[in-house]
Ligand binder design. Structure first.
Ligand code: NAP
Length: 235
């Protein structure tokens, strides 16, 4: 199985890449800036390649997907995980920050689904799993652009699921809990306090559960167009 995990140089993406590697998959470790971290992840996986692309740049994304197809002949699983955030109240969020966040978190998955989806359609099989966020459903103070991008990603997921089901391509979204990765760990104390308050089990989430769930989802048949909340916050 060939699995392409965007943003797998660190954080959740790294854990997902290692989980697929552990089960014997061929893994594309993707990054934008941190090549050495991506190389370290790949060194722990038996069959892997490390590829760079800015997810918001369709030409770079197409070229990356072509490289994978040339090497391994297809892509079975695409996990759109790469993402960014920046905390600021809506009225203080610059247009540029808004564009950067939407370009990465929403246009990025759009670019990858278009590029990889074509090949999956030809082979009449595939799984696409988009990493959205609880903020995309409930909203979060200080995260207007992020919440909007993640809500958009849910809309993209269900639409892609409707269009691609006839090609036997399953498209789902997952909402991880609050994880202390570079992204989660870098947010304000207030944001972390709120996440803990909303958590019924009063714990931050570990990325391992999310990775395990994604690996499971990638093996299922007939589950598509769904949004899975992976922590104890009640929607
Ligand atoms: N952390 C949380 O609490 C939490 C909760 C819910 C959902 N999520 C979602 O989970 C996903 C992973 O989050 P994380 O916490 O693991 O983040 P992270 O630790 O900050 O890692 C982000 C990853 O995305 C890559 N990336 C960022 N911008 C990119 C771009 N423009 N082009 C290509 N690659 C790019 C980074 O590559 P480089 O290393 O090369 O920079 C890195 O591999 C995100 O979609 C996030 O929104 C996170």
């Amino acid at each position: 199985m060939v699995c392409l995990i965007t943003g797998s140089s660190r954080g959740l993406g790294k854990i997902i890449a290692l989980a697929f590697g552990k089960q014997g998959s061929r893994v594309v470790v993707h990054y934008r800036d941190n090549k050495s971290k991506a190389d370290d992840v790949a060194s722990e996986i038996k069959e892997s390649i490390v590829l760079k692309a800015e997810v918001g740049d369709p030409e770079k994304v197409n070229a990356l997907v072509d490289d994978v197809i040339n090497k391994w002949g297809g892509i079975d699983v695409l996990v759109n995980n790469a993402g960014i955030t920046k905390e600021a109240l809506l009225i203080k969020t610059s247009g540029r920050d808004f564009d950067d966040i939407v370009n990465t978190n929403l246009k990025g998955p759009f670019n990858f689904i278009r590029a990889a989806g074509r090949h999956m359609m030809r082979r009449r099989r595939g799984h696409i799993i988009n990493v959205s966020s609880f903020a995309g459903i409930k909203g979060k103070e200080g995260l207007s652009a992020y919440s909007a991008s993640k809500a958009g990603l849910i809309g993209l997921t269900v639409t892609a699921a409707r269009e691609l089901a006839r090609y036997n391509i399953m498209v789902n979204a997952v909402l991880p809990g609050y994880m202390l990765t570079d992204m989660g760990g870098g947010s304000s104390d207030r944001a972390r306090d709120i996440a803990l308050r909303e958590s019924l089990v009063k714990e931050f989430s570990g990325p391992d559960n999310v990775a395990e769930f994604i690996c499971y989802l990638a093996k299922t048949k007939g589950i598509t167009g769904q949004v899975f909340n992976l922590d104890s916050r009640i929607i």
